[in-house]
Design a protein around this ligand. Sequence first.
Ligand code: IPD
Ligand code: CA
Ligand code: CA
Length: 284
Amino acid sequence: MSKTVSEAQLKSYYEVAVDLVKKCGPLMLEGYQKGQTDFKVKADFYDLVTVYDKQIEDKLTKGLLSAFPESLIIGEEESAATKRLPELTDAPTWIIDPIDGTTNFIRRIPHCCISVGLAINKELVVGVVYNPPADELFTAWKGHGAFLNGQPINVSKVSKINQAVIAYEISLIHAPSVRDKNIKRIYKLASNATGTRCFGSAALTLCYVATGQVDVYHIEDLKPWDLAGGAVILREAGGVVCHTNGGEFDIMKPNCVCTSTKELSKEVISLIDEANQIMEYTFK
Ligand code: IPD
Ligand code: CA
Ligand code: CA
């Protein structure tokens, strides 16, 4: 049964999460500055993990559960260890990606972050995304706006794809089951946009839409922890986060179109439809 949550309670979830994520910053920075050579391969050759992923998730999990014993955790490394994705319930649930952009972290490319989102009654209400190498802390809680290092942030006003800078994860073509669809969509979207960028961190890319640096991000086949924190930040910055079919975004199956404006999401969705209808393509 869903319970209502007071503003004071929500504020306390937000403040504790921000504080804890900040406290994990030095640990992440230590690993980033050292450069990681002893990473391990998880599910496939391109799915990497370091000791820092596990250490940061443990630190966050302990801290959040000790402050809020009634809450639940969905964390990337715990889910990988148990090979189980917990079901999302109405209970307050922290959705944690200890390092989003692990490949960037290993390579010392400064697009990597800690991401924490909180869902209550299955609704995302708190988001914290922290990139220690760039000293960028993005935060938001429902109804109170989004912030970068304490300063309010807002999406751009861009409403047409031919004036938009878009982001797309090229590495999604790794998996044969989704390769074709991504090639067709990259072709359609990138050939219509002003520019296309690939950052290698889904959580940070949502934040870049939130700041107006980028106007569009379309992504499918990722996991709840890749998007939970950033989705709150983007919505609180005034952006749109919806399902690829234009319907409601589902954090447990987070296929989405994320844009600065409604007009832009409509245009992106219709280009994705056109891309899906391409039967054959050739590289010329
Ligand atoms: C990855 C990042 C990346 C996306 C990958 C994710 P990780 O997360 O979000 O942007 O393209 O598919 O797995 O593994 O660095 O936490
Ligand atoms: Ca991730
Ligand atoms: Ca990760």
